[in-house]
Write a protein that binds this ligand. Sequence first.
Ligand SMILES: NC(=O)c1ccc[n+]([C@@H]2O[C@H](COP(=O)([O-])OP(=O)(O)OC[C@H]3O[C@@H](n4cnc5c(N)ncnc54)[C@H](OP(=O)(O)O)[C@@H]3O)[C@@H](O)[C@H]2O)c1
Length: 261
Amino acid sequence: MNAAPRSEPVTFDFTGRRVWVTGASRGLGRAMALGFAAAGADVALTARTADAVQSVSAEAEALGAKTLVLPASVSDPAAVTGAVADIAAAWGGLDVLVNCAGVSPTFKRAELVEDEEWRHVLDVNVTGSFICAREAGRLMLDAGSGAIVNVSSIHGQVGMERMAAYSASKGAVDALTRTLALEWAGRGVRVNTLSPGYFETDMTEALRGHKKWRGHLLSRIPLGRFGVPEELVSAALFLSSDASGFITGSNLVVDGGWTAA
Ligand SMILES: NC(=O)c1ccc[n+]([C@@H]2O[C@H](COP(=O)([O-])OP(=O)(O)OC[C@H]3O[C@@H](n4cnc5c(N)ncnc54)[C@H](OP(=O)(O)O)[C@@H]3O)[C@@H](O)[C@H]2O)c1
């Protein structure tokens, strides 16, 4: 029997914790921002679309969170530095970064991928994750504590046809996590990867709606369905909480069993 989706995340107590979520305007980042807010955290929200970030902020505030609305592109170093300066000024520090902003704009054979398409994916998914981790990391290292969750993908570990740039970018995120974890382990900052399989968000909408690819994807998911964003929230809360205090440099896969096959 397939496990039914769980739309209410298991909760942890993040009262008084300051959490920065990138890619927070929709999809998995929005769900995680609201999950942290529901668990008592204050949340700083970043994505490029200011009005969407503002509306997620209103949802988080309705759950009792204080919020910071910090629209920025994660691949713009000056904008990220500015966002982290705003966090430092408002909160005096940061406990958690969820590096969730990401793009997967093309689905085409490797021999057709243009240089600009390749650069865009690497810029946002790898460089953006690094810049945000570096800037948040500085604040956390100063305080001697913190947790970073880098949202990768199962395609950092297993290949997927027509996703050359995306899978290369997520493999790089996995490698980045391991090295940051080693560098910062002795200074109180844990860094882990969260690797989703296929979830119901805008990013996967075209594939999930495609006559051929929908069946192809579902046939590779032992639980027989796509994940719903709330199902990633508990994993993010766990990796950001003291419950995972002895876990760093690790990669938690949430994929309905795809990578077990
Ligand atoms: N959905 C899945 O099945 C799945 C599976 C594996 C991994 N993931 C990963 O999970 C993360 C979230 O995916 P999703 O499904 O929620 O995607 P989504 O629905 O397309 O949302 C992507 C988010 O990233 C933000 N974003 C994109 N480019 C950005 C940039 N340059 N700077 C700042 N924010 C940016 C978007 O906001 P703006 O457009 O407003 O900037 C949006 O909030 C990504 O890293 C993705 O690779 C998703």
